[in-house]
Design a protein around this ligand. Structure first.
Ligand code: NDP
Length: 331
């Protein structure tokens, strides 16, 4: 039985020195375990990240360990009560022909509903990513303009079709005329070929009123163009950034922005003036804290009159103030 282990951590794109291919005995299941003959392996952009020895949402694959991978296959030996030889299952089987796994960790596939390949795609992890990213993170509503990158990929193509079903206007971005044609076939209102150039222009033309949900699978320049095309109140779903996964340096711009993905954090823009009609509520709350002594407001007051304004303003950038910086003009 053949397996692929991690031999050395790559810098940049993985190459031959990254992997070791070896042959081992077909394993025997211990109590509660099953042996799966792996038929399909899922190739996931995230795999590149799993090779880096950094803090992330899963530990990195260790040197000498079988490369982590989702897959599907058939149970060929079972020591688990509920899983039988012949069952078609999916799970994290690793890059190997025979996987020894706990029965509790495999999912039995309903092959009447869809073939195993689809259980690794639209009904599998990528599909779940599309669904929750669009519904929960993107909060897509009927009538929204949804922009999706890598729209011809596993996650992206599911997003396109879910968003259409949700009653959204959908713009898909993909590379090359064939993919673009397929994105249109799947129902996108507009499909954009980012390799044809003029991406920002193309997005603006397709979404003159701006993008309500941007589902980002690629990062980099595509993200930049999308950010320059947002509608008010837009939600940007940081799903992935494949354009940079093999880079040896961090991206330009907010260099650590992928932390938002890893830690499921969000950055949301807001402007205080939007809350004007709720100011009284805030004044009451803060006022109550001040009068009861639970808040100590502070101001730094500069003197010198109006003439002192230019210098006073610069005080902010030098940090002369504690609390609110004010300039005493008269009195
Ligand atoms: P895809 O099926 O979309 O395959 C990757 C696609 O990315 C390629 O087909 C290619 O399409 C596109 N691509 C590759 N390089 C670049 C580049 N430099 N610039 C722009 N596009 C590029 O993969 P998945 O659907 O599995 O994953 C899509 C994204 O979702 C990835 O970023 C992945 O990491 C992320 N993801 C995140 C999850 C999460 O929980 N947050 C879970 C699963 C996936 P094209 O020819 O159109 O360029």
């Amino acid at each position: 039985s053949t397996q692929v282990t991690l031999a050395a951590r790559p810098t940049g794109y993985p190459d031959e020195s990254t992997w070791e291919v070896a042959t081992t005995e077909v394993p025997e299941p211990g109590p509660g375990q099953v042996v799966v003959r792996v038929d399909l392996l899922s190739l996931d952009p995230a795999m590149r990240g799993w090779l880096n020895d950094v803090r992330s949402y899963v530990p990195p694959v260790g040197i000498g360990e079988v490369m982590r991978a989702f897959g599907s296959g058939e149970v060929v030996a079972s020591a688990h009560d509920e899983i039988a030889v012949g069952d078609v299952v999916s799970g994290v089987f690793g890059v190997r022909e025979h996987a020894l796994v706990d029965g509790a960790e495999v999912t039995r596939l309903d092959t009447d509903l869809a073939p195993p390949s689809t259980w690794l795609g639209a009904l599998g992890m990528p599909g779940m990513t599309a669904y929750f990213g669009l519904e929960d993170v993107g909060r897509a509503q009927p009538g929204d303009t949804v922009l999706v990158s890598a729209a011809a990929g596993a996650v992206g193509s599911t997003v396109v079709q879910l968003a259409k079903a949700r009653g959204c206007r959908v713009i898909g971005i993909a590379g090359g005329p064939e993919k673009v044609a397929w994105v249109e076939e799947t129902g996108a209102d507009v499909a954009i070929d980012y390799k044809a150039g003029g991406l920002l222009k193309q997005i603006r033309a397709a979404a003159p009123d701006g993008v309500d949900v941007y589902f980002d699978n690629v990062g980099g320049e595509v993200l930049d163009a999308a950010l320059a095309s947002l509608a008010r109140g837009a939600r940007v779903v940081l799903c992935g950034a494949i354009s940079g996964y093999n880079d040896e340096t961090l991206p330009d711009g907010p260099r650590r922005y992928m932390s938002l993905l890893v830690f499921r954090a969000s950055m949301t823009g807001f402007v205080v003036f939007d809350y004007e009609d709720r100011y009284p509520e805030a004044v009451a709350a803060i006022g109550e804290l001040i009068t009861s002594g639970r808040m100590q407001p502070r101001e730094t007051v500069l003197t010198g009159g109006i003439e002192a304004f230019p210098e006073a303003l610069l005080g902010l950038y030098r940090g002369v103030n504690t609390g609110k910086l004010l300039l005493q003009v008269s009195g």
